[in-house]
Design a protein around this ligand. Structure first.
Ligand code: HEC
Ligand code: HEC
Length: 211
């Protein structure tokens, strides 16, 4: 049944499960404190094209990623819903307020705005993704919770790694586990990852001088 759901139908069923209701606001993060608290993180996330070892893939870009997604991701590492020993240790050393501050720093004052511009043609494998990530990976103008991350401009090999982890159940997310299974082959995953990575985006490697 799942394979017949397009992104919008999945969105509607996600809403029926109560997942699209915005949660209460967190205590606002302080970006200046967040930049200081990100000090150890620059060692990996502040170096362009730094790579994870075993398996080998690029460390994700975080600058201008949505704050709500950063917060969710760090809680998922803490809880072990995302299995990565280093990130589990890093996230476990942070308080909820540290996480809010870091997320406020990484996002910057304004979240990236969705846009309709698409570079090239949207591959058919990526059409189901548009309802939440936008046709160009810059997101959609809707208050979705959990907040879908920016995919545009992210490292292609990191996106591939993430989709493989959802598909085989190592990374657990009630929405994306189903979506990743729509990508039947490794080739489908490569196509969508390369497509979203190629889209123009403000997503960047973090820089310690600020930007
Ligand atoms: C030793 C290198 C290293 C350090 C240090 C590190 N990270 Fe990471 N981080 C990674 C890798 C590798 C991933 C991708 C892991 C995966 O596949 O889930 C990642 C993923 C993330 C993600 C998820 C990004 C996404 O798109 O889902 C966030 C958020 C994050 N790190 C924040 C931090 C913060 C905050 C710190 C400092 C407290 C930190 N990281 C320190 C290597 C590192
Ligand atoms: C119903 C909304 C929805 C649809 C449709 C959807 N996604 Fe997602 N996506 C999300 C959410 C929410 C997350 C964050 C999940 C989490 O925290 O692990 C996410 C996360 C991701 C990530 C992880 C990014 C990172 O930085 O780690 C990738 C890659 C991704 N989606 C790709 C896709 C692709 C490719 C499709 C289409 C085949 C798709 N998504 C369809 C909502 C959606």
């Amino acid at each position: 049944m799942l394979c017949r759901l397009n992104g919008l139908a999945w969105l509607v069923s996600a809403a029926a499960l109560g997942m699209s209701l915005p949660h209460s606001a967190h205590a606002a993060g302080d970006p200046a404190l967040g930049e200081k608290k990100f000090y150890t993180c620059f060692g990996c996330h502040g170096i362009a094209n730094y790579r994870n070892a075993y398996p080998d893939y690029s460390v994700p870009k975080l600058r201008h990623q949505h704050a709500a997604y950063i917060v969710a991701a760090l809680h998922e590492y803490q809880a072990g819903e995302r299995p990565h020993p280093t990130m589990h240790a890093q996230a476990s050393s942070l308080s909820d307020q540290d996480i809010e501050d870091i997320a406020a720093y990484l996002q910057g004052p304004e979240p990236v705005k969705p846009s309709a511009a698409v570079a090239g043609a949207v591959p058919k494998e990526a059409t189901a993704c548009a309802a939440c990530h936008g046709a160009n990976g810059l997101g959609v103008d809707a208050p979705l919770t959990p907040k879908p991350p920016l995919l545009a401009g992210q490292h292609a090999d990191y996106l591939e790694q993430a989709l493989i982890a959802y598909r085989n159940g190592r990374r657990q997310n009630v929405i994306m586990d189903g979506m990743a299974k729509l990508l039947a082959s490794d080739e489908d995953i490569k196509i969508v990852a390369a497509y979203f990575a190629s889209q123009p985006s403000p997503l960047r490697t973090a820089k310690s001088e600020g930007q």
